[in-house]
Write a protein that binds this ligand. Sequence first.
Ligand SMILES: Nc1ncnc2c1ncn2[C@@H]1O[C@H](COP(=O)(O)OP(=O)(O)OP(=O)(O)O)[C@@H](O)[C@H]1O
Ligand SMILES: [Mg+2]
Length: 326
Amino acid sequence: MNGQPLLEVENLRIDLAAGDTRFAAVQDVSFTINRGETMGLVGESGCGKSITALALIGLLRHPLMIGGGTIRFDGREIQKLPASEMRGLRGNRIAMIFQEPMTALNPLSPVGRQIAEMFVLHKGASWREAENLAVEALASVRVPAPERRVKDYPHQLSGGMRQRVMIAIALACGPDLLLADEPTTALDVTVQAEILDLIRELSAAKGTAVLMISHDLGLIANMCRRVGVMYAGKLVEERAAEDVFRSPSHPYTGGLVASLPLLGARARHGRQRLREISGVVPPVSAFPKGCRFNPRCHASTDRCRAEDPVVTALPDGGFVRCHYHE
Ligand SMILES: Nc1ncnc2c1ncn2[C@@H]1O[C@H](COP(=O)(O)OP(=O)(O)OP(=O)(O)O)[C@@H](O)[C@H]1O
Ligand SMILES: [Mg+2]
């Protein structure tokens, strides 16, 4: 095993085309993920988490496109790979659990066949071998009676079972990197915990690196060692998870932490009184001048309204993008 990170994203920019104009929906996004590591990506709805993941797996489609930067996977730049080569990586070495299971699964095909397809496509298995492997894959995500369930269509399964099928498809080929985009949002709390345990267990067993995407800071805190916080298309803070929660550096992160019932209570009783964030993430076409968070920030100044902050390295190894970070 070499010491080079598995994934190195540098200054990623994602453009959104609108007529003759292009808006940068994601900009200056840089982060790395090591082999076997689980990194979190948090931020409110519309911050650019999903499109960042789609860029990593080569699934951005018009009107979205990569506008600049590099994505290095296992030492190789993949942001400009021809579609045929990207198909060889996707589902095989980089896999994704999609935010919407019903749109990601084919409603017209039995789930066993959809899992088997991965083995045929990427591992050169025959259909007969692949169908046996699909039963094993369903068993590994603890679907009861997998030999019967392989014949089911997605609509015959509960939300939790569909999510397990998605995980089975994603992990079928033993990917090096799993992009888990809100893998449990649609599920009730007990199923949610089971699914997260499953992802944690399977990724640990196979040494799979995970990018865990969620707007739920509590979930990220439980699953990840490192966390990137995204706001309006930019990473505003990246730290070790415990540092983010104990001493958020960016006012946006502070607001997110304060809105968590337990952590928030602690923060409110601490010295730095944190306020919850009012307002919403602006659309891509209306990102404000200066710091993108300034209209919602309780501490913004003229400088914040004029000048977009650059990244400052923190002594703990993380970074923050704020003129007046804590
Ligand atoms: N196909 C598309 N066409 C136009 N705009 C899009 C498209 N997909 C995403 N966007 C815009 O890009 C921005 C980022 O979207 P994205 O889906 O990445 O957000 P997100 O952080 O994943 O949010 P959520 O938590 O709701 O999943 C949003 O402003 C969104 O409206
Ligand atoms: Mg999303």
